[in-house]
Design a protein around this ligand. Structure first.
Ligand SMILES: Cc1cc2nc3c(=O)[nH]c(=O)nc-3n(C[C@H](O)[C@H](O)[C@H](O)COP(=O)(O)O)c2cc1C
Length: 214
């Protein structure tokens, strides 16, 4: 059993990365071999729309033909039993790096047949972990973010088989709110969230990882 997590945050020791680590610990508790990839370490681009992955009898049919630092990561995905994507919410969506990764991962696996068909050879479990300033599922819904994320999860589910999501709300964004222009936020409230709620989110991430590895 192999479980791979992909961090779409540029920060390697902050909210998203810590939840991914917890998820991988959960997976490892069921004997999974785990790997964490930080997209920010890699030099890559989003889909270039070359369509090599869709050419009839093309040698790259069903696979991304672009070659850069993402190439070995996409190859690794073909060999995992579960995949966990983690991203902060940036302007109502996943980060640009996560978006580019998803373009490269998903587009080759989607045949333009009628109806569209998944080309990924196996069914694997997928988890999505999102961290954000928004305070609740209701706020995510009101701002139109929930529907947007759900659309991405539907595509992941269609290609890989199933997809479950975990949302971590009202995260601590800076270590010291007094040094940042941030009147929008209540520093004491953020500190309290970090101390009381974030550990619960880490437990949920651990449980998610354990479920995916089972
Ligand atoms: C460029 C940028 C845009 C952001 N946009 C949003 C947003 O639209 N909605 C939101 O709730 N939080 C937003 N945030 C806050 C982050 O989603 C939040 O702090 C997240 O937990 C950061 O993840 P990290 O600690 O793993 O880097 C934004 C942060 C940055 C840096």
């Amino acid at each position: 059993m192999k479980v791979m997590a992909v961090n779409g945050s540029p920060r390697k020791r902050w909210n998203t990365a810590l939840l991914l680590e917890s998820a991988l610990e959960g997976a490892a508790s069921h004997g999974a071999e785990t790997e964490l990839v930080h997209l920010h370490d890699l030099d890559f681009r989003g889909c270039s729309s070359c369509f090599a992955c869709k050419l009839k009898q093309g040698e790259s049919y069903g696979h991304c033909a672009q070659t850069d630092d993402l190439t070995p990561v996409l190859t690794m995905v073909e060999d995992v039993d579960a995949l966990i994507l983690g991203s902060p919410i940036y302007f109502g969506s996943v980060t640009g790096e996560m978006r580019s990764f998803m373009e490269r991962l998903l587009f080759p696996c989607l045949a333009y047949s009628a109806p569209p068909r998944a080309l990924f050879p196996e069914k694997i479990h997928v988890g999505c972990i999102y961290t954000m300033n928004m305070a609740s599922a209701e706020e995510m819904q009101t701002r139109g973010v929930a529907a947007h994320l759900a659309a991405g999860e539907r595509t992941l589910g269609m290609i890989f088989g199933d997809c479950e999501a975990l949302h971590s709300f009202d995260t601590l964004q800076f270590s010291d709110y007094t040094t940042v222009v941030s009147d929008l936020f209540d520093a004491a409230h953020k500190a309290q969230r970090r101390e009381q709620e974030f550990p619960k989110d880490r437990d949920k991430a651990f449980a998610l990882g354990a479920r995916l590895a089972r």
